[in-house]
Design a protein around this ligand. Structure first.
Ligand code: MRU
Length: 373
């Protein structure tokens, strides 16, 4: 997508790879919307750390980052012994897999890279194939998001208000985004509509990232507190909900997504508002049989007990623009911080995929066309 950086428009992907430096290049999302910087992860360990610390986040984006990270780790290997190389690759794979557990995209992406590598006869060939496969995953992510936009744009009609949760925009993918793809496509078709971005505490991806993206793109929007959606739905102020997903079960149609998604789905159901989930094929898990088996990431309690922001002017020894953490909650209280929840298929109107829009329980019957073998 195009972003305005220091008054200049530049086209940018969330994740890229510098083959010469063997580094993974990431938009530093923790600093947005206040500062636009590129973070260079120079080793696979730094890449894994960037995923855990959420320099990069969002299912497709961490999928591409893990794929590049695996290629990066493979390319860093010195030597010709294939067995030692494969052991090294396994260590890299596990570290990147463990960096964040809920999204399935990193696993699907890295399995694709490993499969491609297995076609190489020696270390050098496998290293080259790894990077080729990682680039292919990133390219496919962009294509899938474009196709999601084409299928989903028809859901947005002139004058509508659309609610989205967290950030399933281009920052959560290599480009374009999943939940935002229908919005960008509808805008290109000349439709006029308004978006409510859930603030998405505790990390505020809606208030910081989605709002920034929509502002960059000139889409009419407002940020709402996470608790406001029910009230707005009750007053007829929301016509449609589109969210992303970190893992969608192909067998059951259940959707794991950012904490709070389930609540919004229940509310939408109560008010008869269509609730759609937009996903590229790499977000589908064809193995798990129940949403209750999806590993739910629990993050540090500090995210709930306080908030990050930037200093808006020089004060108390701080410089303007400095990123600071402030404690909000009672100092002696602890917190529970699950990052994701699971929405049952019965609450989902449709899943917008690159191959069309399906009922959640249709995914399994259509698994061949949806890449499920
Ligand atoms: O914790 P995050 O920011 O990595 O969570 C991911 C998300 O932004 C959302 O869950 C999103 O809707 C799905 S990712 C495309």
């Amino acid at each position: 997508m195009n972003v305005q950086v220091k008054g200049r428009s530049r086209s940018c992907r969330t994740v890229t790879f510098d083959a010469e430096a063997n580094s993974v290049e990431l938009i530093e999302q923790r600093l947005l919307p206040h500062c636009f910087e590129i973070f260079s992860a120079k080793t696979y360990k730094e890449t894994a750390r960037a995923i855990t610390d959420m320099v990069v986040r969002g299912a497709g984006a961490i999928g591409a980052t893990a794929a590049y990270g695996l290629a990066q780790g493979a390319r860093a290997f010195k030597g010709r012994n294939l067995e030692t190389f494969q052991k090294h690759v396994e260590v890299v794979y596990q570290m990147l897999k463990d960096a964040r557990p809920t999204a399935v995209d990193p696993v699907n992406a890295m399995n694709g890279v490993r499969l491609a590598m297995s076609r190489g006869g020696d270390v050098e060939q496998q290293q080259a194939l790894a990077l080729e496969a990682a680039e292919a995953f990133a390219g496919e992510d962009v294509r899938h998001c474009q196709e999601i936009g084409q299928h989903g744009a028809g859901l947005i009609r002139d004058g509508m208000t659309v609610l989205t949760h967290c950030n399933a925009g281009w920052l959560a993918f290599v480009d374009i985004g999943s939940a935002t793809a229908p919005m960008y496509a509808a805008q290109a078709q000349g439709k006029s509509f308004h978006v409510f971005c859930d603030e998405t505490r505790p990390r505020s991806q809606g208030a910081t990232l989605t709002a920034w993206e929509l502002a960059q793109q000139g889409i009419s929007h407002q940020i709402i507190p996470d608790n406001a959606a029910g009230h707005l739905m009750q007053r007829g102020k929301i016509d449609l909900v589109i969210v992303g997903s970190d893992r969608t079960l192909g067998r059951t149609g259940e959707v794991a997504n950012k904490i709070g998604t389930y609540t919004k789905a229940v509310l939408a159901h109560q008010h008869g508002i269509p609730f759609y989930v937009a996903i590229p094929l790499s977000t589908i898990d064809w193995n798990l049989r129940s949403g209750m088996d999806i590993p739910i990431e629990h993050r540090d309690e500090g995210e709930v007990l306080g908030a990050w922001g930037v200093v808006d002017g020089p004060r108390a020894g701080r410089r303007k623009g400095e990123r600071v953490y402030v404690r909000v909650a009672n100092p002696t209280s602890g917190a529970v911080n699950p990052g994701f929840d699971v929405t049952p298929a019965s609450l989902i109107t449709g899943i917008i995929t690159p191959a069309g829009i399906f009922k959640p329980r249709e995914l399994w019957a259509r698994r061949r066309e949806l890449g499920g073998g």
